[in-house]
Design a protein around this ligand. Sequence first.
Ligand code: SAM
Length: 210
Amino acid sequence: MKCRVNPSYMEQLYSFYSPFYDYVFGKLLEPGRRKAFQYLDQRPHQKILEIGIGPGSTLEKYPAHTKLTGIDISASMIEEAQKKAAQLNGGSTFDLHVMDASQLSFPDNYFDAVMSAYVITTVQDPHKVCREILRVVKPGGQIIVINHTRSPNGGVLGKIEDLLAPVCVRIGFTTDLDVIRVMREVGMHVNGAVRCNLLNTGRIIMATKS
Ligand SMILES: C[S@@+](CC[C@H](N)C(=O)[O-])C[C@H]1O[C@@H](n2cnc3c(N)ncnc32)[C@H](O)[C@@H]1O
C-alpha cells in the first residue's frame, strides 16, 4: 500500500521550514533545478506556472520577461518567494499566490509551460495534481517535473524506497511514488527523463500536452 501524504501536515511542515528551507533543502536540490532550466524553452514573454514554488528558489532562473505565476499551499513560503521576487529586475513579472495544486483556479489551456520542482511526492493526490497541470497548460506546452521517482517494480531499490516512505513522509516527501507512471496515466506525453542530484536520486522529467 502506498504511503499517504496528509496535506495539512505538509502545509504546516513546509511553513515551519520556510525561513531556513533555502539553506538546507534549497542547496541540496539546487543541481536538479539548475539542470532542469536548461530544458526550458528560453523564449521571453512566456506565461509560465510553477506549482509548489516554495521560497522562490527558481525565480531568477526564468528567462528575462517571463510572466511567472507561482503557487504554493504554504502562505509562509509565498511570503519568502515574494521577498525574493521584489529584489529581481530582469523584466519578468511574478504573480505569487497561496493555492492548492490539486485545485488550480486558472482556465484550461492557459500557460505556455508548467514547472514543478520537488512537489509531486509531497501532495496527497498526485494524479489530481498532474491532471490539473495538464488542464492548464496549452496543447504542445512544456511540462517540466523535477522529482525523485520510485524505481521500477521488481528491483531491490524500489523495495528500500517503499520501506523508507513512512519515515521520509514525516520530513516532507514520500519515496514510494512512481512519478513518471502517474504523469503517463493522466495523459501527459513523457518525452524523456534525465538523472540529477546527489547519487542520481532525482529525475528531470520532460513532458508535453499533445
Ligand atoms: C519540497 S518543497 C519544493 C519547493 C521548491 N519547489 C523547490 O524547488 O525547492 C515542496 C513544496 O510544495 C508545497 N506544496 C505541498 N503540497 C502542495 C499542494 N497541494 N499545493 C501547492 N503546493 C504544495 C510545499 O508547501 C513546499 O513549498
